[in-house]
Design a binder for this molecule. Structure first.
Ligand code: HSE
Length: 351
């Protein structure tokens, strides 16, 4: 039996428990062992939950239990998520996270800690929700081949922009506040949805993708970021009249001189670009390689069960490989290499 602990029993944590339970027999067949949720750390009580007896408030119980081999951090926010992740890695436990705030700010350090302590730090759920994206980016591309990534990285804002576009086409008014409330109800939005609409969430994700594609981690607070709060119904109507769509685009590129460009901004996207057809909560990431050409990843970028499948894929990866350590990918902190000057417009007109 492989014992795991979930940190957080919110949208993603409860989804992870459900996916693990619903597919337990199939997962055990792949892993060759049962996965058992021994603890769930959450400050709230969940009376009547089938996991009620396993919910604890003290993370130290997890840390001091040698039977726990995998800690799955789904708290969100930097603290205590970062501190608990670091402590778990230093205790030799594998850590999995969906937390883009922690990965984009501390991912380089946590990956080094994992390598130093013979364990792993996996982050599939941190970008693109349920889209299998991080593992292919880490293992399926030829190192050095990728020169650009562009994507719709935030489900909440894409849901809002899609609603605004539909309303603009029908000549109806649209209220961003109501769209945000609906995105929260559907489990898409961040606890503080200003992180979605101000572009911060997408910025963290493009920071992570930059690190994965180029091995260079640029701090999110360095990356030029503009959200969708300034987008008006008129912006949407004008774009639609030109046959285009307004999308929040995260873009990163490796320049010939070694510098790294990244940005987040609302853009007009022409119909010739596949990203213009990505609607609602869906995310899509376009990866461009010199030898490879273009590849697109597409799927649900937020929501409990889709994101939970990404977490579970990391659990299966680690549980299947316990005892034989796969190689680790390390990131170099590269704030000094950052430039906000794009090599070209990439076909996106920033608003
Ligand atoms: N708030 C995020 C989004 C959740 O809307 O994309 C998934 O990271």
């Amino acid at each position: 039996m492989i014992n795991i602990a979930l940190l957080g029993f919110g949208v993603i944590g409860s989804g992870t428990a459900k996916v693990l339970t619903d597919s337990s027999a199939e997962i055990a067949a792949v892993v060759g062992d049962d996965i058992y949720i021994k603890y769930i750390v959450d400050l709230r009580d969940f009376p009547g939950s089938p996991f009620e007896s396993r919910i604890i408030k003290d993370f130290n119980i997890v840390l001091n239990d040698p039977e726990v081999q995998i800690v799955v951090e789904m708290f969100g926010g930097s603290h205590p998520a970062y501190d608990y992740s670091l402590a778990a890695l230093r205790a030799g436990k594998n850590v999995i996270t969906s937390n883009k705030e922690v990965v984009s700010n501390f991912g380089d350090e946590l990956l080094r800690e994992a390598a130093a302590h013979g364990c792993r730090y996996l982050i599939e759920a941190s970008v693109g929700g349920g889209i299998p994206l991080i593992r292919p980016l880490s293992t399926s591309f030829v190192p050095g081949d990728i020169y650009e990534i562009a994507g719709i990285l935030n489900g909440t804002t894409n849901y809002i922009l899609t609603s605004m576009t539909e309303a603009a086409i029908r000549g109806k008014p649209i209220y961003m506040k109501e769209c945000i409330a609906e995105a929260q109800r559907l489990g898409y939005a961040e606890r503080d949805p200003s992180a979605d609409v101000e572009g911060v969430d997408a910025c963290r994700k493009i920071s992570i993708l930059t690190a994965l594609a180029f091995g260079k981690l640029v701090s999110p607070d360095r990356i030029s970021t503009k959200g969708i709060t300034g987008i008006t119904a008129e912006d949407i109507r004008s774009a639609v009249a030109r046959g285009n769509q307004v999308k929040l685009i995260g873009r990163a590129a490796k320049l010939a001189d070694g510098r790294v460009y990244a940005s987040v901004a609302p853009c007009e996207v022409p119909p010739s670009c596949p990203l213009s057809h990505v609607n609602d909560v869906f995310n899509a990431v376009l990866v461009r390689g010199r030898a490879l050409g273009d590849v697109i990843f597409y799927g649900r970028g937020a929501g409990s069960l889709p994101t939970a499948t990404a977490v579970v894929s990391d659990i299966i990866d680690i549980a299947s490989n316990i005892g034989h350590q796969p190689s680790q990918i390390l990131w170099e902190r590269a704030d000094s290499l950052y430039t906000d000057k794009a090599p070209d417009d990439g076909g996106f007109v920033m608003l």
